[in-house]
Design a binder for this molecule. Structure first.
Ligand code: NAP
Length: 257
């Protein structure tokens, strides 16, 4: 997001997860601050639902919805090109919120379950970060902010999530490396690590597991998507202009220390 938060092009697309949960909350938060938002998701219908929820009354904002599969290089490239066609510039902010789970214990997990989660969560973050960074560098943009969604699970592991934990640990390493390589172009890269947040992704978790987890959260409750979006908005803005290559936990204190 531009420092002034005016006439900025924000994309939650390359993030692909703009149609649900955290990605949707990020789109709403950034739009409420005056950004033009591109909502992208593998489901165009979900992206359009988010689009319909965005405020449009501020400073001539133009929001768009688009379909993207973040695990496909061709699809991500097409999206970034279409953003540039519409706004005559690449997104100055990009939040990668697309993500999936396909849980099973290590002893039972099929190779396809492992591969698909890596493709969407890790390779998707790579493709999106690369495409947006290439576009920003090519047009000589003075700055950019790329935000990835990791997970506290990438740090501490979680039963039944060997694929997901590996993908999210990878996202952190990718983000730190991108931060080192892209800082000379004025592009900052940071990672947000949510704990347990109330979204369609966590609706699949059995209630007894949620209850057990909640007993471990010092703040004593599940998080809201808006609470993750607040941190993304900070990392998108100039308020965080001297911050790059970090991971910020948004967990209510889960697993501190
Ligand atoms: P969510 O509600 O399921 O949203 C994820 C979105 O990504 C969905 O709209 C999904 O579409 C979309 N998506 C899936 N595959 C895609 C692809 N190949 N290309 C583009 N979009 C795709 O999940 P969430 O909880 O908001 O999660 C957002 C991010 O935060 C994820 O990276 C997740 O791993 C991370 N996170 C979440 C939590 C949590 O507690 N919720 C905790 C830690 C980290 P469909 O619904 O159509 O599949």
């Amino acid at each position: 997001m531009e420092g002034s938060k005016r006439n900025s092009t924000v994309s939650s697309p390359p993030d692909g997860g703009g149609g649900s949960g955290i990605g949707r909350a990020v789109c709403q938060r950034l739009a409420s601050e005056g950004a033009s938002v591109v909502v992208a998701d593998i489901s165009e219908e979900s992206a359009n639902e988010t689009l319909g929820s965005l405020p449009t009354d501020l400073r001539g904002q133009v929001h768009l919805a688009a379909a993207v599969d973040v695990s496909s290089k061709e699809s991500v490239k097409k999206l970034v090109t279409s953003i540039q066609t519409h706004y005559f510039q690449p997104p100055s902010v990009c939040v990668n919120a697309a993500g999936i789970t396909q849980d099973d214990f290590l002893l039972n997990m099929e190779e396809e379950q492992f591969d698909r989660v890596i493709q969407v969560n890790l390779k998707g973050s790579f493709l999106v970060t690369q495409a947006v960074a290439q576009a920003l560098v090519a047009c000589g943009a003075p700055k950019g902010s790329i935000i990835t969604l990791g997970s506290i699970v990438g740090k501490v592991g979680n039963l039944g999530q060997v694929n997901y934990a590996a993908s999210k640990a990878g996202v952190e390493g990718l983000t730190r490396t991108a931060a080192k390589e892209l800082s000379r172009f004025g592009i900052r890269c940071n990672c947000v690590l949510p704990g347990f947040i109330s979204t369609p992704m966590t609706e699949k978790v059995p209630e007894k597991v949620i209850n057990k987890m909640m007993s471990l959260v010092p703040l004593g409750r599940i998080g809201e998507p808006a609470e993750v979006a607040d941190v993304c908005a900070f990392l998108a803005s100039d308020d965080s202009r001297y911050i790059t290559g970090v991971s910020i936990e948004v967990t209510g204190g889960l697993f501190i220390g």
